[in-house]
Design a protein around this ligand. Sequence first.
Ligand code: MG
Length: 257
Amino acid sequence: MRIFRFEKNGEIKWGWMNENLIGEIDGDPFLDFRRKEAIYTLDEVKILPPVSPSKIICVGRNYAAHAAEHNADVPEIPLLFLKPPSALIGHLDEIILPPQSDQVEYEAELAVVMGKQSRWLSPEDVEDAIFGYTIANDVTARDLQRSDGQWTRGKGFDTFCPLGPWIDTTLFPSDSLITCRLNDEVRQMSSTRDMIFPVNHLIAFISSVMTLNVGDVILTGTPAGVGVLSAGDKIDIEIEGIGILSNQVVSSTRIIG
Ligand code: MG
């Protein structure tokens, strides 16, 4: 099932998709809920980020070809960093290029949404703790990531975490194609099969460090082919079986003058 959040007439609701129609959900999709009839079309609602996580945990260099394009070694254990929840935007929202950076880049990634509070999971127990999967863009100010030496600023600007459009709760993406198109031209294409650390190992590892809460989001790393975003660009990330996350890029001068 595809679950997401949307706004209609100023109210924020949980929703589900049936074909191309949207229905409301009564209750909490992480606990107990009931689906109502799907009656709205996508253009009748505003799609929001599909979840409000307590934290967004990200994994660096989880595809060998991407590590190689930055002349970086493949890590021996997962390389973790955080993005603040304030960076979240939804499908069709705008990525704002901050004035501090001259090199903002896209990174297409599979995202995991947790369904159970978890600590010290074994890899075998991870699947049972996952609520579902969605699509993320780990937008990165590459110049600031390099010059700062640690990644909080380069990864943490507002709008630097597009997520959605929805959470797929039935897919198990062990070999799903990730395709990233910049202005309709393919820039990244790889399979989740090419991850160095697969999803169950990543989440077991993260849960040995911190408690994962219901709704927390894990970005699983990007394949090769990252590149620069410019104002006016359209960036589409497709993951086979989930859908397409699409965002426009704008300059901050439009926002802060
Ligand atoms: Mg990344």
